[in-house]
Design a protein around this ligand. Structure first.
Ligand code: SIN
Length: 459
């Protein structure tokens, strides 16, 4: 009894308060953990000093275009005052505000500027590109279109990064120059003027990001720098240009496949940067294949923490046996995701449908790297990444018309149903066409064959 009483007292006086205290402590712990998780989930987003549209520009009928400047040769200054040397200059010197002020007053757009940075294209980190993309979207909340100026060396990568991440459907036109701003025969002012014209024309709205140099417009996904010095360096080897800019007009002759999804949710890419921190952009590298290539590059990349590796293979994506062994080990030991592309400069690598190696379609290695890097920033799930490569990355054209789409007819009055004949309608032999007005035509769904209207025989 005594023992039992003591136990009961112990339970009431010691254990219950201890239990209660532990419960309180546990709840406080859970709450603290929750608030830590909450804090960790609040993504610190950069802010930008985008200039407001001026009152004068608001009052004007011209579209408002903003130039978001990052530097490059376009903003380059001749070195030692030598205005005849196209190769020795200081890139990223001039400010965009001053360069725009030196252009003739634009005929087709009101122009504002935002200096994001001022350096060579290759000097930007992927984290800075994350900021650039958010700056472009912030600018497009105020402006009708954006021109982004960059160096040409990695312009295709910067343009594709923007293409994959910018949320706005408004025109984004990337441009630059092959010759510095202040040398003889510079292409800088003309490229800048023409790019503003393309953005202001609104003709590439819903296209995603396009690149314009030397009066030629390309899709960011398709374009590549093809020559180290020539002014017509950009090319889209498998697809060609989207259009051209000439004095009378911006002409678009074909649209990228993505434009067919205009206004639909599938138009938007899966990569909404506001949902991730820039610290989650992983290391993704490119390994180049060649005669008897070793496996050291792949092993080194993995050792450096690469989560993804793009192989630029020979022909249809082939890699050497040593590279292949290194790839197998990287997948088995570290779960690295590989994308297979070709070093040939064009051609499609089809996807095998399973495993950790994904076919890069006809993305070149540097484009595929951008897509793989963004994919791995959002998920580690390989089937999801494969799906993004084979849908958003591949952009296969498929035109569909839904059941509610009707051929338009010339009828101006609302369609009236034809009277239902009591007797079977005699159609053979074909009667003479009466002078009476023909029965009202009704619009037919586009998928069905449109029956030829037979005049109804008079009873
Ligand atoms: C660079 O990419 O920044 C230098 C080369 C160029 O702009 O053409």
């Amino acid at each position: 009894m005594f023992t039992l009483n003591v136990r009961g007292m112990l339970t009431r006086k010691v254990l219950i308060p201890v239990l209660a205290l532990s419960l309180v402590a546990a709840s406080v712990g859970v709450l603290a953990k929750r608030s830590m998780v909450g804090a960790a989930e609040a993504i610190p987003l950069p802010t930008f000093d985008i200039p407001a549209v001026s009152e004068a520009h608001k009052a004007s009928a011209l579209p408002n275009v903003i130039v978001v400047a990052t530097g490059g040769t376009l903003a380059g200054a001749a070195r030692n005052g030598d205005k005849t040397n196209f190769q020795s200059y200081s890139a990223g010197t001039y400010k965009m505000e001053d360069m725009v002020a030196q252009l003739p007053i634009h005929k087709t757009a009101d122009v504002s500027t935002y200096q994001f940075g001022n350096k060579g294209s290759g000097g930007y980190t992927m984290k800075e590109l994350y900021d650039l993309s958010l700056a472009v979207d912030a600018a497009l909340e105020l402006y009708d279109g954006a021109v982004v100026t960059t160096g040409t060396d990695t312009m295709e990568e910067i343009a594709y990064f923007l293409d994959l991440t910018v949320r706005s459907e408004k025109p984004v036109v990337v441009t630059g120059a092959m010759r510095p701003w202040d040398v003889i025969g510079t292409d800088g002012p003309a490229n800048l003027y023409q790019a503003i014209k393309v953005a202001g024309s609104n003709k590439t709205k819903w296209f995603g990001t396009v690149l314009m140099l030397n009066d030629v417009i390309y899709a960011a996904r398709e374009v590549t720098k093809s020559n180290s010095h020539r002014m017509d360096t950009f090319d889209a080897p498998m697809f060609g240009a989207l259009g051209y800019v000439d004095d009378p007009a911006v002409r678009i002759y074909r649209a990228p496949a993505r434009a067919a999804k205009a206004g639909k949710t599938e138009w938007a890419s899966p990569f909404d940067l506001k949902k991730i921190s820039k610290d989650s952009l992983p290391i993704v590298e490119i390994a180049y294949n060649y005669q008897e290539a070793g496996g050291g590059a792949i092993r080194g990349f993995v050792e450096d923490g690469a989560k993804g590796i793009v192989t630029a293979g020979t022909g249809a994506g082939g890699i050497s046996s040593k590279m292949s062994a290194a790839r197998t080990a990287a997948i088995r030991d570290k779960g690295v995701v590989f994308v297979s592309t070709t070093r040939t400069g064009s051609g499609t690598i089809y996807d095998g449908g399973s495993g950790n190696t994904i076919g890069g379609d006809n993305l070149n290695a540097q484009h595929a790297r951008v897509l793989l890097l963004l994919s791995l920033a959002f998920t580690n799930d390989v089937p999801t990444i494969r799906n993004w490569f084979t849908t958003f990355g591949t952009q296969d054209v498929e035109i569909s018309v839904d059941a509610n789409t009707f051929l338009s007819t010339s009828i101006e009055e609302p369609a009236v149903e034809a009277p239902v004949a009591e007797e079977p309608v005699v159609t053979e032999p074909t009667p003479e066409v009466s002078e009476e007005p023909a029965a009202t035509e009704t619009a037919a769904p586009i998928e069905s064959e449109i029956p030829a209207l037979e005049p109804v025989a008079s009873p």
